[in-house]
Design a protein around this ligand. Structure first.
Ligand SMILES: [Zn+2]
Length: 177
């Protein structure tokens, strides 16, 4: 059985200076680069929205316009070691679905199954949204799941969201270390 590292949305728009910046979002890059060598499979997800996505404030959603397909803000942080990434999964492409989870409408699960992955390690941005949703989905699909806190950061749209996400993950059987 194999271990996979799923690197969630370490994109320019979620890093300082980006359209939906997570505080210290770029601080996850270095630990992720260090970790990548220890896994059989490394997958990076990208939030990859059409120009009028339902999560954008312009359409009544909670977020500013971010990670629009093909824009510089949607590119992976240039500090990530691209050579370590086996697959890039684009999510959030459906205009009317939130697209928080890397499993929603993507090839992620069949890719992991084809490589005999038993345990999914989740890192990246942001802990309280896409990391949370991806880890919960992985658990619901029967994988063992580990979230590495030092390689995540939270948006904290409401203070305490990061801690609430950790509690919810643990209650769902996700190991948070
Ligand atoms: Zn998004």
């Amino acid at each position: 059985m194999a271990n996979a590292l799923v690197v969630v949305d370490v994109q320019n728009d979620f890093c300082p200076g980006g359209a939906l910046a997570v505080a210290e979002g770029d601080a996850v890059v270095e630990p992720i680069n260090r970790m990548a060598a220890d896994y059989d499979v490394v997958v990076a997800t990208r939030d990859w929205h059409p120009s009028e996505h339902g999560s954008f404030a312009s359409r009544g959603g909670p977020w500013p316009r971010h990670c629009v397909q093909g824009t510089p803000g949607a590119e992976l942080n240039p500090g990530l070691d691209g050579g370590a990434i086996d697959l890039i999964v684009d999510k959030g492409q459906s205009p009317d679905l939130p697209g928080y989870s890397g499993f929603e409408g993507t090839e992620l699960e069949p890719f992991l199954r084809a490589r005999d992955v038993a345990t999914v390690h989740v890192v990246g941005l942001a802990l309280d949204y896409c990391v949370r949703a991806t880890a919960l989905d992985a658990r619901a699909r029967g994988f063992a799941v580990v979230v590495h806190r030092d390689a995540t950061r939270a948006v904290e749209a409401s203070e305490g969201d990061g801690e609430r996400a950790v509690a919810e993950l643990r209650a769902a059987g996700v190991e948070v270390i």
